[in-house]
Design a binder for this molecule. Sequence first.
Ligand code: HEM
Ligand code: HEM
Length: 396
Amino acid sequence: MPARNSDTRFGTVTRTFHWLVALLILTAILLGVIANRLPHDTAEALARKAQLFSFHKTLGLAAFFLGLARILWALEERRPVPLHPQRKVELTLAWLVHWILYLSLVAVPLSGWVHHAAMTGFAPILWPFGQTLPFVPQSQAVANAAGAAHWVFTRLLGLAILLHIAGAMKHHLIDRDATLLRMLRGVSAPDRPHPVRHAALPAILALALYSTAAGLATLLVPNTEAVASAPPPPPAAGNWTVEDGTLSITVRQMGAEVTGSFAAWTAGITFDETPTEGRHGSVVVTIDTGSLTLGSVTRQAQEAEFFDVATHPTATFSADILPAPDGYAAQGTLTLRGVDRPVTLPFSLLIDGDTARMTGTVTLDRRDFGMGQSYDDEAAVGFPVVVDVVLTAARS
Ligand code: HEM
Ligand code: HEM
């Protein structure tokens, strides 16, 4: 059985590539659709969903690299001539579908990979592939755009595969020619090949379709600006004004750390370097819980099981600022999901004239606030939640 293609047959290399890639792609589609539909309401359900997504991503990447090798191979290989060179419309359609399939081999897994790499958390890619990509920043906006592209491109791929299989079946069952058997068993046909020039039209059409699909994807990108530009809570009183800062949380999920932050929060700070009756001042932090983004699990984090944004749109931390061994401590009450708990946040302060830079970290236990009660297994969602605060404030 010859390894290379000829004018009348597909060689073993092309056929092995074709069926291996087809198998990987069809399995990746099946896993993607099933994983997407699985519930995530309990720890076991979430673990199952994440595991299927991990398989989906790993298999998808295997398809990507094999697909690249296949494309390089196809660039060098001659193609067997069509069995019905006179059927111009049918040929154009078949080649258009082939071009869409070739483009999909790159665009579909790459968009999935960029979506994954732009966000931390949920369903890691299994060995030997890394979780990040050197040219992809950690950004919700990039992740959303790539996610929308993955969604649209998988639809285009699905449609192309359906047409492709329908075409193969038509040849086999209606025309009763050797089109399928050439790819399946390496059968040689026709007896007297009639050379055909490959037209540019199908390639141009396929590129145009892919560009349209990419344009469509931009319309589907969820509007993250809406969250970021939600009206901020009113400025809080105090003798220091927060100029900028980040309030972030980190939690372990399925064994990987996920970090996210609140886009909208305010802090009213009263602070004096010289303590009065053992107190340096006080702080009241108001947090818009709906402004949280947490990697790929933002939606889940906002649901009733966790932050319950619909019922508790704000969380507050009211504390006294006390001296502490390595700086200061904000000691008070955190109200989250309507539950009050004492919390002490140690922090360091660098005061330069009328500007202060504050850095503090505290680890909370989500169970103290009744968060994620049905996730009682730490392997799915860790109990500790690390809160990091970094801010710059100006004396007013
Ligand atoms: C040839 C390879 C691939 C194919 C054919 C494919 C196909 C699919 C399909 C059909 C879905 C389900 C969409 C739905 O039901 O709405 C999906 C979802 C998804 N895929 Fe892929 N995929 C591939 C590669 C990848 C890769 C390499 C990654 C990441 C490294 C990835 C990440 C994802 C993610 C995160 C989702 C869920 C998207 C969401 O829920 O918004 N995919 N994929
Ligand atoms: C059960 C599913 C499939 C069947 C029955 C099938 C059948 C065939 C057949 C009969 C041919 C030869 C067409 C010709 O002689 O012009 C072919 C070619 C091709 N198939 Fe498939 N295929 C399947 C799945 C896939 C999938 C999932 C992909 C990739 C995403 C794919 C990509 C291609 C490409 C790119 C060619 C063109 C090869 C060339 O460059 O000449 N196929 N397929």
